[in-house]
Design a protein around this ligand. Structure first.
Ligand code: SF4
Length: 738
C-alpha cells in the first residue's frame, strides 16, 4: 500500500472533530449520506446524486459543469450556490487523483475530500486537518445559500482604499526624509571612522557635520551612490533601520545569509521602510517590508528551488517546454510566437534589490543572476554574441516584440544599453528590408514593440538620468522611422508607498521621452489587503503609469509567505477592481494612449473624469502558468487533507500560443497555502477576516479580456503562417501532474 493511503489511518485531531461536527450539524443530509454509506464509494455516489438533484432545474449550472468554456456561459452569471455545487461535483469526478506536489519537493498529494469526510465520520481517521474542514464548512454554507456573495458600495471601496497612504502624501514624504537623514548620518559616521573607504564618496577632513550632510544629500541623487552603499548583510540592514528589527527576524536573516541568499537593499529603497510608525500609516509599508525581509520558508527551500517556468530551461538547439528552439543557454527566453525575452550579458543580470518572492530566485540560487556588479560588466565576447542573438530575432517568422530584461534592463550602463538598442535597431531594419524580397503571404513579422523590463524606476528612481532619457528618446525617434510603434517601460510597483516624489519625477522623464510605463504587480499577501491594489492603481494613474498585470505569486513552498490564493485574486478583480471598469467607448480610447505617451497623464485623466472612476482597470489578474503563458481560467477540482486547493487551469484562449498547447493537458497547480492559513495571516497583519470570508467561494476563474492598448499595432503586411525555430515533439506533453 502506498504511503499516501497509510495517511488515511491517521486519527483526526480534536479541532478537526469539532469542525466536522459543525459541518454535519449544519448539513443533516450530508450526515445522513455519510452515516448511511458502507464505504467511501457509496458516500461519493450518495453526495453526487444529492448535488445533481439540487441543480437539476438549473440548465446553465449543468451546462457549465459539463462543458465549462465551451458552454459560452460565464461563471459570473451563475448563482453563488451553483458554483459550490459545481465544485463538489468536480471534487467527486476527480476523487482519488494523485498529483506530484512540488510544494513538498515532489511528494505525492491526493485529493479525495468526500472520502476524508466519510473516514472522519465513521472511523475518526483520514488525517484531514482543521483547514480542510474549514474550507468544507464554507463550501456547504455556500451550497445551502447560508453564505451569499456580498456586493460592496463605492463608498466602502473608497474607505478601503483610503486605508493606504501613498508615498506622495506630504506626511509620508516627511517620514521618508527623516529616514534618509538617519541613513546618511550612519554612512557619514562610517566614512569618518574609516569603516568605509571610497575613492568617490569621501569628505575633506576639515568639513563640519552640516556641510557633510549637505554633500551627502547631493550624493543621494546619484544612482551610483545607492549601488555603492547597498546593504549586503543582516547586521547592516538592522543598523540602517535604526535597530528596529526584532530578534526573531534577525535570526531568520542570519540563517538566510548562511544559506547564501544574497542581500542587496539600496539606501533609497530602505528609506521607504518605517522605523517610527505613525498613527496614520500603520502597516502601510508592509508590502515593501515583506519584499525586503526573507521568510522562514524561503530559507528552508533555498538550495532546493526548482524553476517554476519550465520553458525557461533552455538547451541551445533543443526545443524548450513551449517548443521553441533558442540560440543560447541564458540569453533568450520564449513562450509565445510574437515575443521573446532578451537577457543581456551585462550588469543587467543584477537588480536594484532582491525581491523576496522573485520569480527568478532559482537563477539567484544557481548564481546566474547576482549582485557582483563589477564582475557582471560585459566582456569582449558580448558584442559578438549580441549580434548572433539579433540574427535569431531577424530570422524568426513571428517575432515582433523584444522584451529586454535581466535581472533588470536598466541596471546595464547607458553605454551597454545604447549598444543593445543600436543592435536591435539595425536588426529591425534588416528584417524589414529582407521582407521586400519575400512574396506577399511569406513575409516575416517586423519588429513593432520594444520593452524594457525594469524595477529601477521603483528601486532606484535616481537611475532615470537625463542621459538615459536622451538615449531612449533618440532611439525612439529613429526606430519610429523604420516602423517600430510601441515603446514600453515595463515596471513593477508593489505598493502605493513606493510612489514617491522621486519616482513621480523619474516616470515623468520616461514619459517625456515618449515611452509609456506599464506595471506588473505581484499580488502578495500584504498587497492583497482590501483596497491596497485599488490605491496602487489610482496613484499609478496619477503619475501616468498604466496597470498591466496583477500576478499571483509564482513558485512553490519558498513563496508560501507572500502567496495569496488565486481565489483572492479573482475576488479582488470582481469585488474591488470593478470600480475602475471602463465603458466600451472608453476602452476604444485607451488604444491611443501608447501612441501619445507624452500626454498620457492628461489622457488618462480625461477618461477617468468622463467615466467618474478612480483609475483605469487596465490590468488583468492572472497567474503565469508553468507551461506556456498566463491565465486565470481555472476550476478548483480538489483539495488536499491540509486544505490546500488543487486548481486545474486552461490556457488563455484570447491570445496566440505555441502550437504545442494543442498537445498539452490542462495545467494542475496545488496551492502552497490553504484559504484558512491565508486568512489567519491577514489577521496577523491587522486585517479583519470577516471582510474576506467570500474568498472561500471563488473556486472558478476566468481570464479577463486584454485592453486594446496592449494589442500589437495592426500590420500592413500579412505575416506568414509558417513558424520558424519551433519543434513540437511527437509525444503527449507532461504537466506537473505526471
Ligand atoms: S526586480 Fe524582478 S528580477 Fe529583480 S529581484 Fe525583483 S522580481 Fe526578481
Amino acid at each position: 500500500m502506498s504511503q499516501i493511503y497509510e495517511l488515511d489511518k491517521i486519527a483526526i485531531t480534536v479541532k478537526s472533530h469539532r469542525l466536522l461536527k459543525v459541518l454535519l450539524k449544519e448539513n443533516p443530509k450530508l450526515e445522513e449520506i455519510m452515516r448511511g454509506s458502507k464505504n467511501e464509494t457509496e458516500a461519493l455516489v450518495g453526495v453526487k446524486h444529492w448535488i445533481l438533484d439540487q441543480i437539476k432545474d438549473k440548465p446553465d449550472a449543468i451546462n457549465y459543469y459539463e462543458k465549462e468554456i465551451e458552454s459560452g456561459i460565464s461563471f459570473k452569471t451563475l448563482d453563488w450556490s451553483d458554483i459550490a455545487a459545481i465544485r463538489i461535483l468536480d471534487y467527486i469526478d476527480n476523487a482519488g487523483r494523485e498529483f506530484i506536489d512540488l510544494n513538498l519537493r515532489g511528494q505525492l498529494a491526493v485529493s479525495n475530500p468526500i472520502k476524508l469526510l466519510w473516514l472522519g465520520v465513521n472511523k475518526g481517521t483520514g488525517g484531514a486537518k482543521p483547514d480542510f474542514f474549514e474550507d468544507m464548512i464554507h463550501l456547504f454554507r455556500q451550497l445551502m445559500s447560508k453564505e451569499t456573495k456580498k456586493e460592496y458600495t463605492r463608498e466602502q471601496l473608497k474607505e478601503w482604499m483610503d486605508r493606504f497612504p501613498s508615498g506622495l502624501d506630504p506626511r509620508i514624504v516627511k517620514l521618508h526624509e527623516e529616514n534618509r537623514e538617519r541613513i546618511l548620518n550612519i554612512i557619514i559616521d562610517k566614512i569618518d571612522e574609516g569603516e568605509i573607504n571610497d575613492s568617490k564618496y569621501k569628505f575633506d577632513l576639515e568639513l563640519g557635520r552640516t556641510k557633510k550632510l549637505e554633500i551627502a544629500l547631493e550624493w543621494w541623487k546619484e544612482s551610483t551612490f545607492h549601488l555603492r552603499f547597498a546593504v549586503r548583510s543582516p547586521d547592516l540592514l538592522n543598523e540602517f533601520l535604526g535597530y528596529s528589527l526584532d530578534p526573531d527576524t534577525m535570526k531568520i536573516l542570519y540563517e538566510a545569509e548562511k544559506k547564501g541568499i544574497p542581500f542587496f537593499v539600496n539606501p533609497y529603497y530602505l528609506s521607504l521602510l518605517h522605523v517610527r510608525v505613525p498613527y496614520f500609516a500603520v502597516g502601510a509599508d508592509l508590502a515593501i517590508r515583506h519584499y525586503v525581509v526573507y521568510s522562514r520558508q524561503l530559507i528552508d527551500e533555498f538550495g532546493f528551488l526548482i524553476a517554476w517556468e519550465k520553458e525557461d530551461k533552455v538547451e541551445p538547439g533543443k526545443p524548450n517546454a513551449a517548443g521553441w528552439i533558442l540560440p543560447s543557454h541564458h540569453n533568450v527566453h520564449r513562450r509565445y510566437p510574437e515575443v521573446a525575452i532578451l537577457i543581456p550579458d551585462t550588469v543587467g543580470r543584477a537588480c536594484g534589490g532582491l525581491c523576496s518572492s522573485c520569480q527568478r530566485m532559482y537563477d539567484f540560487q544557481n548564481g546566474y543572476l547576482n549582485f557582483n556588479l563589477n564582475k557582471l560588466k560585459p566582456n569582449e565576447t558580448w558584442p559578438e554574441r549580441l549580434e548572433r542573438l539579433m540574427e535569431y530575432f531577424e530570422n524568426d517568422s513571428q517575432l515582433r516584440d523584444i522584451l529586454i530584461t535581466g535581472g533588470d534592463a536598466l541596471m546595464s550602463s547607458d553605454k551597454s544599453l545604447e549598444q543593445i538598442l543600436d543592435a536591435i535597431y539595425r536588426m529591425a531594419k534588416r528584417k524589414k528590408q529582407k521582407n521586400t524580397n519575400r512574396p506577399g503571404d511569406k513575409k516575416y513579422a517586423e519588429i513593432k514593440r520594444i520593452r524594457l523590463g525594469t524595477r529601477l524606476p521603483v528601486y532606484l528612481p535616481q537611475r532615470i538620468t537625463e542621459n538615459l532619457v536622451s538615449t531612449l528618446k533618440s532611439f525612439k525617434e529613429k526606430a519610429t522611422v523604420i516602423g517600430i510603434k510601441q515603446f514600453v517601460i515595463q515596471t513593477h510597483f508593489e505598493s502605493p508607498m513606493e510612489i514617491t516624489p522621486e519616482v513621480e519625477e523619474a516616470v515623468k522623464k520616461l514619459i517625456n521621452a515618449g515611452w509609456i510605463v506599464t506595471n506588473q504587480h505581484v499580488f502578495t499577501t500584504a498587497s492583497s489587503r482590501r483596497g491596497h491594489n485599488l490605491k496602487l492603481r489610482e496613484v499609478m494613474n496619477d503619475i501616468g503609469v498604466l496597470p498591466y498585470y496583477t500576478f499571483t505569486v509564482k513558485g512553490y513552498m519558498e513563496n508560501y509567505f507572500n502567496f495569496a490564493p488565486n481565489a483572492r485574486s479573482i475576488q479582488e478583480s470582481i469585488e474591488e477592481k470593478v470600480i475602475g471598469n471602463l465603458s466600451e467607448s472608453s476602452i476604444e480610447l485607451t488604444k491611443n494612449l501608447a501612441e501619445d505617451a507624452e500626454n498620457i497623464i492628461a489622457n488618462i485623466n480625461s477618461i477617468r473624469k468622463a467615466e467618474n472612476i478612480p483609475f483605469l482597470a487596465s490590468d488583468r489578474n492572472v497567474l503565469n502558468l508553468p507551461g506556456v503563458g498566463k491565465s486565470l481560467t481555472f476550476r478548483v477540482i480538489g483539495i488536499t487533507r491540509y486544505g490546500r486547493r488543487v486548481l486545474e487551469f486552461q490556457h488563455d484562449s484570447t491570445r496566440s500560443h505555441s502550437p504545442i498547447i494543442e498537445q498539452m493537458k490542462k495545467v494542475i497547480i496545488i496551492e502552497s497555502k490553504s484559504i484558512s492559513e491565508y486568512l489567519n495571516q491577514l489577521e496577523e497583519i491587522g486585517e479583519n477576516k470577516e471582510e474576506y470570508t467570500d474568498v472561500y467561494g471563488y473556486s472558478i476563474g476566468e481570464t479577463e479580456k486584454r485592453m486594446p492598448i496592449y494589442e500589437y499595432p495592426e500590420s500592413d503586411t500579412s505575416i506568414t503562417k509558417e513558424f520558424t525555430n519551433l519543434e513540437i515533439p511527437d509525444t503527449d506533453f507532461a504537466t506537473v501532474e505526471d
